[in-house]
Write a protein that binds this ligand. Structure first.
Ligand SMILES: NC(=O)c1ccc[n+]([C@@H]2O[C@H](COP(=O)([O-])OP(=O)(O)OC[C@H]3O[C@@H](n4cnc5c(N)ncnc54)[C@H](OP(=O)(O)O)[C@@H]3O)[C@@H](O)[C@H]2O)c1
Length: 233
């Protein structure tokens, strides 16, 4: 499977009590400039950057890169910025979002035929649409398409937790970069890294610590994700 799909690296920041955002999912800036640079560096290493619809909507990000990092990519023989990939089941993605006002790299949307025609017409002008007949986007299939059709070898997954959890449950995350920021938010309704679901993961996921460094008051961790091989019945 691994050769069929790109290597997937997720990058998140969380508080000391494990929260990635507040209960309203409002954009909350709780990390340093260094952490933002870290996120850009991870993005710059990838052929595609992946984001869930809610994070895109809430944070209204363009998913570009600082000019210097764009230039370094060009020197390495890459495109200026990674492809920008959005995942949505419902497909009600607002075409006025900032990402669609920026043409730093092509935008690819994986969604379903449930996307209302009005949205399809508006988004077709700004992005390439892959609409599946099923109710949910097949994430493994999406990664295979990125590999085969777009030559993507490395994906930077920038969340959010719902998308991350879905990928994790299907054994589709290979590495996790996690910044621990010096705050606690509390709140049962503030999502953790794996979202708000009360359910356990289908199997515990072993995170093997690969790297750790502290800068200022933040701790930057890197884990290799080891998925259990599913036993055949
Ligand atoms: N601290 C951090 O590092 C960090 C990083 C990223 C995000 N965040 C925060 O996380 C919050 C949003 O997280 P979230 O968990 O609510 O949302 P999310 O994962 O960003 O997006 C969820 C949406 O993405 C689509 N989606 C997710 N999984 C899918 C799947 N398997 N197949 C198809 N579509 C899928 C669906 O869109 P539709 O509803 O359109 O169907 C779903 O509602 C924001 O507040 C953001 O700021 C924090």
């Amino acid at each position: 499977m691994k050769d069929k799909r790109p290597f997937v690296v997720a990058t998140f920041a969380m508080t000391v009590d494990g929260k990635v955002t507040t209960k309203n999912l409002s954009p909350v800036d709780f990390t340093s400039r260094e952490d933002k640079l870290h996120l850009f560096r991870q993005r710059a290493l990838a052929d595609a950057v992946l984001i869930g619809h809610t994070s895109l909507k809430r944070d209204n990000v363009r998913l570009g890169l600082p000019v210097e990092m764009q230039e370094n990519r060009v020197k390495r023989g890459q495109s200026r910025c990674p492809l920008r990939v959005i995942v949505s089941n419902e497909g009600r993605i607002e075409h006025r979002l900032k990402i669609f006002q920026s043409d730093v790299s092509p935008i690819i949307i994986f969604s379903t035929k449930g996307m209302p025609r009005k949205y399809q017409r508006a988004l077709e002008k700004k992005a390439t649409l892959h609409l599946s007949s099923s109710k949910h986007v097949d994430l493994a299939g999406m990664l295979e398409t990125l590999r085969k059709k777009y030559g993507v070898r490395r994906v930077a997954c920038e969340g959010g937790p719902t998308l991350f959890r879905s990928l994790l449950e299907q054994g589709l995350i290979d590495r996790l970069n996690l910044t621990i920021a010096p705050y606690m938010f509390g709140g049962a309704k503030a999502p953790t890294l794996t979202g708000l679901s009360k359910k356990f993961l289908p199997a515990s996921v072993h995170c093997s610590l690969n790297g750790m460094r502290t800068i200022g008051e933040e701790c930057f961790l890197t884990f290799q994700i080891r998925h259990q091989r599913r036993r055949r019945k």
